[in-house]
Design a protein around this ligand. Structure first.
Ligand code: AHR
Length: 659
């Protein structure tokens, strides 16, 4: 053949090459050698991270339904409270002259001198974007009150629709005196009530007089009925993740904007009437109803153990404490905190925990010093960390100390004057980035360095969480993000000889307008409903399905693409003979894959597949909570060699028995 155009032979050659490549292009192969153990899976690999952000506790997990219960949210007005009844002799106002005590220094004064049977006067709270009313449900009301003059009540407490047209439950409280006293009442809804959140909580009186209120509280049933406890639907979702640990109390919430507004754990103990709460860094005040003990109880109720973050002497707006004698009180505070968690009755703070109602010490293996200290421009973290480290190790040699500056930060910022047991690395990255990075990221790490705690991570679809445009996106992520999350989890699990712990962040979000400060988040809710994002289900699949040993798994013949088409990690459960193959297909195409397994005798012929799949933009929401959820199916034909087609855009766990 003769070509006049010299380009033509090149084109033809390239075309022939392409045809030949396509003809030769075989399916991907996954070779597993179950006898080749490459790592032990850390027993604490999957945990949870939490802080007061997005109304995670107040208006979230903490079951309290009254917003601004102690009238401290705004010093100028009783926000979230409104007056019921009108005319002369009906008004309400903050009153600093009648404090409940030295901690709750402002009460609400209700002038009800114009009240009558035909025209009651009262106060109403609008809750956290509504008050959830459910059928056949018992609510516990409590508050402090005192009357002016001879006013003794009675007061009527009730759950009402916002327009007052419907009353779902009502009870009376009487016997008020001129002194502050606590009162309680039970509100019980009828069986036929339709669930709704467009409701308010009302305390009113038909008797003329003046009343002061403080610490007005309304609790629905809580998880395991613990008083001052947690919202059951959210707890169920968290327990279902089988978390090994809970990292608390932050995050930025630990640091506070300023040193004074840090999470000052000693001020979060004891009766609620002794907790003023404090301004949080995410734009709203925390009641601290979720205090240190409540965090520990929550951890215990999930069957997890705490990863305790102690204040490390740096706050978000730049305030810091110089290492040396200035820092000593903060170091002592951390030692006291550890003693509160772990001490026995012979210790000051162990005895305090026992007095607070928890005789048994809590397990504790990890303590993190501060949060994201790479932001500290004073560059004092090296000295601060070392001071905490020395003091903690002197008293608790077995505790592992975590530095907040990891390998994802420039080497010059990392702690050098001692070797942290672990470093906390944070990764908020695009799904595409995680998909590309997952096959190599931790594989390249120095195995002699500190252990890795991936203490915050999450894939976003396209827009960084801290960018303004992100506020226009749904509070929880789509399937696209879940694919990146899953690819990233294969990386962490495969490398769990060094990645000892990891936790997605943030965990919780109240999806009401104004409820959130960050996206993406794992679990969304309003006053009445909740749902898991596709990323929640991806995490659930990973955290519930792994063995104790990582085994050799090699992928070949992947189609070309910007990122590996498939990500994989294989673990085996040595005791029970399970094999867990986790495969993420990040492409739009099905991936028929030839799988061979060596080193696993007695493979059962039928396995189980758990599959999460969906288009990248598909997601879950309050109105469509189960659009993208895992599906279970039997997989016949399992043997030393078999083939399996991984669905487009899917996360699959193949659960095989090799007893
Ligand atoms: O998870 C949201 C925030 O991101 C955390 O509070 C902080 O540690 C990080 O910058």
């Amino acid at each position: 053949m003769k070509f006049d155009n010299p380009i033509m032979p090149l084109r033809l050659a390239a075309g022939l090459f392409l045809v030949a490549t396509l003809a030769l292009q075989a399916d991907p192969t996954l070779h597993i050698d179950a006898g080749q153990v490459t790592a032990h899976v850390s027993p604490t690999l999957y945990g949870l991270m939490t802080e007061e952000i997005n109304h995670s506790y107040d208006g979230g997990l903490y079951a309290e339904l009254i917003q601004n219960r102690a009238f401290l949210d705004d010093e100028n007005a009783p926000v979230h409270w409104s007056l019921i009844g009108g005319g002369s002799g009906a008004s309400m106002a903050l009153d600093p002259s009648q404090p409940l005590n030295d901690v709750l220094k402002i009460s609400l004064k209700l002038d009800a001198t114009g009240a009558s049977t035909s025209s009651p006067v009262g106060i109403a709270n609008d809750g956290f974007w509504g008050i959830p009313v459910r059928p056949d449900t018992t609510y516990t009301v409590s508050f402090y009150a005192k009357g002016g003059g001879s006013f003794s009540g009675p007061l009527t407490v009730s759950l009402q629709s916002n327009d007052g047209a419907q009353t779902f439950a009502t009870a009376q409280v009487s016997g008020l005196t001129g002194d502050w006293k606590p009162y309680t009442a039970i509100l019980k809804t009828a069986g036929g009530v339709t669930p709704s959140a467009t409701n308010r909580f009302v305390i009113s009186t038909a008797s003329p007089g003046t009343v002061w209120f403080d610490l007005v509280s309304l609790f629905p049933p809580t998880w395991k009925d613990r008083p001052n406890g947690l919202r059951p639907d959210l707890m169920q979702m968290l327990v279902d993740l089988k978390p090994a640990f809970l990292r608390f109390p932050g995050g930025n919430f630990l640091e506070g904007d300023t040193i004074d507004t840090r999470f000052d754990w000693k001020k979060t103990l004891g009766p609620l009437s002794q907790r003023a709460g404090h301004p949080g860094p995410w734009g709203y005040r925390s009641t601290d109803g979720m205090g240190l003990l409540e965090f520990l109880l929550w951890t215990e109720e999930m069957g997890a153990e705490p990863v305790l973050a102690v204040y490390g002497g740096y706050s978000l707006k730049g305030g810091f404490v110089k290492p040396g004698s200035d820092l000593d009180p903060y170091v002592q505070d951390a030692l006291d905190e550890i003693e509160y968690v772990t001490g026995d009755a012979s210790t000051t703070w162990g005895a305090r925990r026992i007095a607070d109602g928890h005789p048994e010490p809590f397990p504790l293996h990890y303590v993190e010093i501060g949060n994201e200290d790479f932001f500290d421009k004073s560059r004092t973290y090296d000295g601060r960390f070392a001071q905490f480290y020395d003091a903690i190790k002197a008293k608790y040699p077995d505790l592992k100390c975590i530095s907040t500056i990891g390998n994802e930060q420039p080497a010059r910022l990392r702690v050098k004057s001692c070797q942290p047991d672990l470093v906390d690395e944070h990764y908020y990255r695009s799904s595409n980035f995680f998909q590309k990075d997952s096959t190599t990221h931790f594989d390249k790490y120095d195995r002699q360095g500190p252990g890795i705690f991936v203490g915050e991570w999450a894939a976003f679809e396209n827009i960084e969480p801290w960018k303004k445009e992100s506020s226009g996106l749904p509070a929880t992520p789509s399937m696209k993000a879940a694919l990146g999350d899953a690819a990233w989890m294969t990386a962490m699990e495969r490398n769990s000889d060094i990645v000892a712990l990891n936790c997605y962040a943030p965990l919780l979000v109240n999806v009401n307008p104004g409820g959130r400060q960050w996206r993406p988040n794992l679990i969304g809710y309003d006053a009445l409903r909740s749902y898991g994002s596709p990323s929640y289900y991806a995490l659930k699949m990973f955290s519930r399905n792994h063995g104790d040993l990582v085994v050799q798994a090699t992928l070949d013949g992947l189609p070309p693409g910007p990122a590996p088409a498939l990500d994989v990690v294989v673990t085996k459960d040595d005791k029970f003979g399970w094999l867990y193959l986790k495969v993420v297909n990040v492409t739009a195409d099905p991936q028929p894959t030839a799988i061979s397994i060596d080193g696993a005798d007695n493979l059962a012929a039928t396995g189980k597949a758990i599959t999460l799949s969906g288009q990248p933009d598909e997601t879950n929401s309050l109105d469509d909570p189960t659009r993208v959820v895992p599906v279970e199916s039997d997989v016949p034909g399992i043997g030393p060699t078999f083939s399996y087609t991984f669905l487009p855009y899917s996360i699959t766990v193949l659960h095989l028995s090799a007893r």
